[in-house]
Each structure stands twice: as structure tokens, then as C-alpha cells.
Design a protein. Structure first.
Length: 373
């Protein structure tokens, strides 16, 4: 009898929803000069509700944000081209306080124009900024108190490609360390390459890997990318031809095994890809289309790594820049730059498809969403 009661209780508990958790989410935006630029929200992972905490941070074009692995610091680009008349943008370091508020630690120049992306190494000791107009990467040391050193290395890309007006010169668009921290990858839209670098140790500088790059089809414009959890696949979204390329690692060499469109076959018009993310379980890949104004949802074969397009869902807004999956994996949130709003979608855990919750929060020119996980 006791076993039956425990069994029944277990079934009842299994059917009950898990308790809601509140998560801090930071929003980076485009501003008109120094203004409220980084916004802080509370997100409910049961209802999908976003609440503005009304503690914005003054900044200038904080268009991309990154959080340190220990969750103590946030780093923001200042996407500008001539700070202090130096043909440079900047990076700001913030301390994350207990309530999620941000306190400025310091600010440094990137020595490259229009930094549009920033990321931190897995050990939290290095930071890399991608300077779009400069066509280069800037590397910094992160000091024990979260402060940024002055730039320790700049890597200049060179070359061009075929897309008129967009590929006359290199345009570094994003750079990320792999999970080991031993390799640094950088997508350059201007030259159709994913660069690969070895990360120096003991004070040594970053240098080209034995395989220095992966080349994409002319006119692709690789923009952002994401890694599979096992480190054997990279998914690269290309802005100019609206595709995702699947790279697989054979030994120590990366090879492209698939390129797939992010748009419906019957779409006519202009559209430009922006952001890409894998689901935490690796079963699905999501990408954003600006122009078509949609999120493309792909089913991922976890053995071969190849993708199948299963949905293109309207973002219920205009010009979806970056987007993110919440820490629970149950919601996907989109930053719609031109309609000045953030839209929230429910993720079906079985199919991976998304559906609009009806939740839309107004925010001026949102372009980057980062959860404090």
C-alpha cells in the first residue's frame, strides 16, 4: 500500500510544472551618442514574461555584449569609428552586482573601427573584439579584477571578394574561442573566410593555425557561428547569400559538408542573415533572417551534423538582429532592431519549432540579448 501511495505521489509530482525561475537578461542597443544603451530585464522562464528593471546603463552604441564565464563581469563594445580621433571603437568592462546592476570598471580603445562583436576565452583571461570597418581583431588580457588591459595584439585581415559594396575589403564580424581555449575562430564577411588561430600561452601571441582558414563560396559573407557541444561541428551563418554552412572536423582539418538556405524556396526579395544558435541538446539550429523577418528552424542530425529546414517563423517585428534561447531552453527571444521591440517565442521541446507567445516589449533599437545564466 505504501509503495502504491509513493508511486501515485510521484506521478502527481511529475505532472506538476517546475517552479518558475527569474533570470537577468541584458540588452545591447544602438544609441544616438551617450545615452541609456544597456537595458536590464528580469525574465520568467515559466511564463515568458519580461520585466524592465529600470536600471539602464549609459553607453554609446553597445551593440554586442559578452559575460565572463564566472558571471562576475560584462563586456560591451562601443561600435564607433573615431573615438578620441583614433579611428577606433572601444570596449567597456562592467562589474555585475548582486542585483544584476552594472558598475563601470574601465574602458579601452580597440584600435580598430566599429567593433561589432566581443567574446571571452573559457578561462576568463582573454577577450577578443571584432572590428568590422577595420577588418581586424583586437586582443586584450582580462585582469583578476575584471579590468581590461590595453590592447596586447591586433590581427589585420586582408583581401576582398565579389559582392558589390560589401566585400571591397575585409570585415571581421565575429570571433570566438573554442571550448578548449586553444583555438580562436573569426568570421570575416568581406573575404568569405572563417579564420583559425592558435592561442598563445605564457605570454605568446595568437598566430595562424596549421589550417589558417576555411573558404566559403564567393559572395557568402560569413557573419556569426556556433559550435556543437562535442566540438566536432561548426555552424556558420552567412549574411549575403542567406545560408548556413556545416563544417565537420576530420582529424585536425575543418571541411564544409553542407550549405543550406535559411529562406523558403518561394521567397522573392532581399534578406540578410544575422545570428545563429544551437539548442542546448544539439537537436536544433536556429538562424535569423532580416528582410524576410523570420527565425529559420532546422532539425539537426546529431550523427552526421547535417540540417533540415523545418520552419520559418515570423519574428512579429522588423529586422531581427541577434536572438537568444533562455537558460531553460523553453523560450526564444528576438531583438527586432527596426521595430524597436523584443518578441518572445515558446520552443516546442519535441519538434524544436517556435510559436509566438504574444509577449512583445518595446525597446529602442535592440540588437543583442545576453542572459546571465
Amino acid at each position: 500500500m505504501k509503495s502504491l501511495v509513493l508511486f501515485t505521489l510521484g506521478l502527481l509530482l511529475a505532472g506538476m510544472p517546475t517552479s518558475a525561475k527569474k533570470h537577468i537578461m541584458y540588452v545591447g542597443t544602438y544609441t544616438k551618442g551617450m545615452a541609456d544603451g544597456i537595458f536590464i530585464y528580469s525574465f520568467d522562464d515559466q511564463t515568458g514574461k519580461l520585466v524592465d528593471l529600470k536600471t539602464p546603463v549609459v553607453s554609446n552604441n553597445p551593440s554586442f555584449l559578452a559575460i565572463s564565464p564566472d558571471k562576475k563581469y560584462l563586456y560591451s563594445v562601443g561600435e564607433l569609428d573615431n573615438l578620441n580621433e583614433n579611428k577606433s571603437g572601444g570596449i567597456s568592462a562592467f562589474k555585475i552586482e548582486k542585483n544584476g546592476h552594472l558598475s563601470l570598471i574601465n574602458h579601452v580603445l580597440t584600435n580598430g573601427a566599429n567593433p561589432c562583436h566581443v567574446s571571452v576565452s573559457p578561462d576568463g583571461k582573454k577577450l577578443v573584439a571584432s572590428n568590422y570597418s577595420g577588418g581586424n581583431l583586437s586582443l586584450f588580457d582580462i585582469l583578476p579584477d575584471g579590468r581590461l588591459s590595453e590592447m596586447v595584439q591586433r590581427i589585420q585581415h586582408s583581401g576582398s571578394s565579389v559582392f558589390p559594396g560589401r566585400q571591397n575589403e575585409p570585415h571581421a564580424h565575429s570571433a570566438r574561442f573554442d571550448a578548449t581555449g586553444k583555438l580562436l575562430f573569426a568570421a570575416d564577411l568581406g573575404i568569405d573566410e572563417l579564420k583559425i588561430y592558435q592561442v598563445g600561452v605564457d605570454g605568446k601571441q595568437v598566430s595562424p593555425n596549421s589550417q589558417p582558414f576555411v573558404k566559403f563560396a564567393p559572395g557568402s559573407g560569413p557573419r556569426h557561428f556556433d559550435f556543437s557541444s562535442d566540438g566536432n561541428f561548426i555552424y556558420v551563418i552567412s549574411e549575403l547569400n542567406s545560408t548556413i554552412s556545416v563544417l565537420i572536423k576530420y582529424g585536425g582539418v575543418w571541411k564544409e559538408i553542407q550549405t543550406i538556405k535559411t529562406l523558403p524556396k518561394d521567397f522573392v526579395g532581399e534578406s540578410w542573415c544575422a545570428d545563429i544558435h544551437l539548442s542546448a541538446d544539439g537537436r536544433f539550429v536556429y538562424g535569423s533572417n532580416r528582410g524576410h523577418n523570420s527565425i529559420a528552424v532546422f532539425k539537426r542530425d546529431q550523427l552526421s551534423g547535417k540540417l533540415e529546414l523545418i520552419q520559418t517563423a515570423s519574428v512579429e517585428g522588423n529586422w531581427p538582429r541577434n536572438f537568444t534561447l533562455d537558460p531553460s531552453g523553453r523560450f526564444l527571444l528576438v531583438a527586432n532592431q527596426r521595430s524597436n521591440d523584443i518578441t518572445v517565442f515558446k520552443v516546442d521541446e519535441t519538434s524544436g519549432k517556435i510559436s509566438y507567445t504574444g509577449i512583445k516589449v518595446q525597446n529602442e533599437s535592440p540588437v543583442c540579448l545576453q542572459f546571465l545564466k
